[in-house]
Write a protein that binds this ligand. Structure first.
Ligand code: PLP
Length: 455
């Protein structure tokens, strides 16, 4: 019998609303706090930093469905709906009874899921009459997405790019510049936050936390300029639910429902995007799907961090966020999955984790590349090093199903392709990559520092 490999939605079935899981959560997330007064912040407190439409979404915990503006839906049509694919060849290579599906977000013009939120954020900035936007980028994925989205909505963009990635991934920089953005390696001398860290640690290779501080500082000191963030925040996770909402219909076309849903985890946006629409059926309809986030062993906030209030950035410019964290002062190892090198997890995901509505696993760098190469050789797509963490977790689940002799339906999100990450694959294939281990003492020392700052 012919096997259907690819499930495509017709354009008129594209989601018209984003799903806001906050409305349905059994325990609402704790509020973000003003760092000075320690009082819960309001949407108004966020207006200086974010476009109003986005600040309002950030604080909305009552409306489960938020209309996707017509102009954003039009731009989504450039690459959405994305395919849902049954990974028959990977299943065969693993000799597993599990059915493995992946949602292919790598087909977006920028090569990752990040464009789903970038287009929305650029739209709300444009709508608010903003002319300039700033942001940070780790591996360059968010920066490229914001660069294309800013061009699409006629905004000027400045991107602080984590220095190690600026050097390791020059083509992401070229992509951003091709789409018209200005790119600055971070830490830089252009901001107070950057100057401070450069003078204290001259060889610092940068982190997302520092780049965020720089981008916020530039936005706050530039007229008619707003800041945009590629992950962690509630509104970003909500924009990404187009992934899971499409996948829900596509799984139906395939005649299956996932037992396990997996996403790699940086700040939580792609994991949220694939998971939340299915998680709502656990919360509301008693479904028993498991949700697994896959984080790097070298940056294990969900598996080994603590749940507490912390800053979202290095310099402490953001509100205090209730999150699983390793401490905003945490300097992650220079792994190639740059998009996963972030010290904390978003508020919603942190609460879900605390309430046992989801799980987390950690994946070592070499295991992620091994999984990435197997996926490339079986399914043909070279995955982003970040996405390879989700693939590794999916393979582990598929092998468990084989051991147990149970049929299991696994759905994972392929958050991006790795065609601009071939330096990393080169190094892996040459045997030059290593695993980074983090001792309990390292983690405890960092968290002790954090507790001194945030009592
Ligand atoms: C940024 C990025 C991630 C990690 O960010 P999340 O917000 O956790 O999704 C994962 N995969 C790719 C391809 C990315 O670009």
């Amino acid at each position: 019998m012919e096997k259907t490999k690819k499930f495509l939605l017709p354009e008129n079935e594209l989601p018209t609303k984003w799903y806001n899981i906050m409305a349905d959560m059994p325990t609402k997330p704790m509020p973000m706090l003003h760092p000075g007064t320690r009082q819960p912040i309001t949407a108004e407190d966020l207006y200086p930093l974010f476009a109003k439409g986005l600040a309002d979404q950030e604080m909305n915990s009552t409306d489960a469905w938020i209309e996707i503006p017509e102009e954003v839906r039009e731009k989504y049509k450039i690459y959405r709906p994305t395919p849902l694919v049954r990974a028959y060849n990977l299943e065969k290579a693993l000799d597993t009874p599990a059915h493995i599906y992946f949602k292919n977000e790598s087909v977006s013009p920028v090569g990752s899921h990040k464009l789903n939120s970038a287009l929305a954020q650029a739209y709300y900035c444009k709508e608010a009459g903003v002319t300039n936007v700033t942001t940070e980028t780790g591996a360059g994925q968010w920066g490229t997405a914001m660069a294309f989205a800013s061009k699409a909505f006629g905004l000027e963009l400045a991107v602080y790019m984590v220095k190690i990635s600026y050097e390791q991934k020059p083509y992401r920089r070229s992509l951003m510049q091709t789409w018209g953005a200005q790119v600055i390696p971070s830490p830089s001398m252009s901001t107070k936050a950057g100057r401070k860290i450069i003078t204290e640690h001259p060889n610092y290779q940068g982190s997302l936390g520092t780049a965020i501080s720089e981008a916020i500082e530039l936005a706050m000191s530039t007229p008619n300029c707003k800041y945009t963030l590629g992950s962690v925040l509630n509104h970003v996770s909500m924009h990404q639910t187009v992934i899971g909402l499409e996948a829900e219909k596509q799984m139906e076309m395939a005649g299956e429902y996932p037992d396990v849903v997996i996403g790699c985890f940086g700040g939580g946006s792609n994991f949220s995007g694939i998971s939340f629409p299915f998680l709502r059926h656990n919360i509301k309809d008693g479904k028993k799907t498991r949700f697994i986030s896959a984080e790097p062993a070298s940056c294990p906030k969900l598996t080994r961090g603590v749940f507490q209030y912390d800053f979202g950035d290095e310099a402490g410019y953001t509100p205090l966020i209730p999150m699983y964290t390793l401490g905003h002062n945490f300097a992650p190892a220079n792994i190639h999955a740059g998009g996963l090198r972030y010290h904390g997890a978003g508020t919603i995901v942190s609460q879900l984790m605390k309430d046992n509505l989801m799980e987390a696993v950690d994946i070592k760098q070499l295991d992620s590349f091994k999984a990435g190469v197997l996926f490339a050789q079986t399914e043909g797509i070279v995955p982003a090093p970040e996405s390879a963490h989700a693939i590794a977790a999916a393979i582990n689940e598929a092998l468990k199903a084989k051991e147990e002799g149970t049929k299991k339906t696994i759905l994972f999100n392929l958050s991006g392709h790795g065609l601009v990450d071939m330096t990393a694959y080169d190094q892996y294939l040459a045997g030059d990559l290593v695993n980074y281990s983090l001792t309990d003492e390292d983690i405890a020392a960092n968290i002790a520092e954090l507790e001194k700052i945030i009592k």
